[in-house]
Write a protein that binds this ligand. Structure first.
Ligand SMILES: C[S@@+](CC[C@H](N)C(=O)[O-])C[C@H]1O[C@@H](n2cnc3c(N)ncnc32)[C@H](O)[C@@H]1O
Length: 269
């Protein structure tokens, strides 16, 4: 087990999780493929001269439930009894994820909403500006949670309210980030979002897994915050990009700024 902590691998996460020992991971944070027509939505990403990595591996909509059941079952096996899992999802295939969570006998702790800024301007529907994040666990009595990790009991908000209460509300308003550097990937989770999950559901030295690494953001932020990391990515170019970020120490994370208008789900512009 020690050999795979602080490594990432190129390949199919369902196979690679199958090679891991049972119950070896403290926390899983992941953002699986969405089963949307990604190329059709790509026109929304409009930053001339920037290099956006191609080749993102999608799953057909008809296969999505079977795929979700397979990877979630593998992820559940490697999660410790005391572990937690946070799974991001758009609304379009949320039902498949909810079914799979049920079938894998996981307990839902919270249904979080990540509210972000700047969807595409739409003419025939409302603008999508949120993702779902399912916080689930194997054993609700054993899972770890650190309620005052970011604000002590007496800390106040600007309005005089309880800061830790506010921070623990289940709608998280967090901005997307700009990429630093020439290469970009289109679906990066903000570092701040990952850091918040790490704070509440892990401690230094815990092992964090992301089976769908993409740009490697979960592994990068886990490393920055002193957690062990394990990650998998099926597309070579993405895997190499993530590995380079982790090995070079040039994490390419910037404070959140307004991302130009683009949205994976708002294809109605
Ligand atoms: C939504 S993206 C993850 C983005 C990531 N959270 C980030 O912040 O950059 C999903 C990733 O899963 C990868 N992927 C799809 N199927 C996979 C599989 N079977 N095994 C491993 N990775 C896979 C895709 O290539 C894509 O990079």
């Amino acid at each position: 087990m020690t050999q795979i902590v602080n490594t990432i691998k190129e390949g199919d996460c369902i196979e690679l999780m199958g090679e891991m020992p049972e119950g070896c991971v403290d926390l899983i944070i992941t953002d699986p493929p969405f089963a949307i027509d990604f190329k059709a939505a790509r026109h929304n990403y409009n930053r001339n001269g920037d290099r956006v990595l191609e080749g993102y591996n999608e799953v057909e909509a008809d296969d999505y439930l079977a795929f979700t059941l397979q990877w979630l079952d593998a992820a559940t096996r490697v999660l410790k009894e005391s572990g937690s899992m946070y799974i991001f999802s758009g609304w379009n295939h949320l039902k498949d994820l909810l079914i799979a969570i049920d079938q894998c006998n996981l307990t839902t702790v919270n249904h979080l909403i990540w509210k972000y800024q700047f969807g595409v301007v739409t003419k025939r529907k409302f603008v999508t500006s949120h993702y779902h994040c399912l916080f689930v666990c194997k054993n609700d009595k054993k899972r770890k949670f650190y309620p005052y990790c970011r604000f002590n009991k007496d800390a106040k908000t600007e309005n005089g309210g309880s800061a830790h209460y506010k921070d623990k509300e289940d709608v998280w308003e967090i901005k997307r980030e700009y990429w630093q550097g020439a290469i970009k990937t289109p679906t990066k989770l903000p570092a701040e979002l990952i850091a918040k999950i790490l704070d509440y559901s892990s401690q230094k030295g815990d092992v964090v897994l992301d089976p769908f690494l993409g740009s490697g953001q979960v592994a990068v932020v886990s490393k920055m915050k002193g957690r062990g990391y394990i990650g998998f990515e099926i597309v070579r170019e993405y895997y190499e990009f993530a590995r380079e970020r982790l090995e070079s120490g040039k994490y390419l994370i910037q404070k959140a700024k307004a991302e130009p208008s683009w949205d994976l789900f708002a294809t109605d512009a």
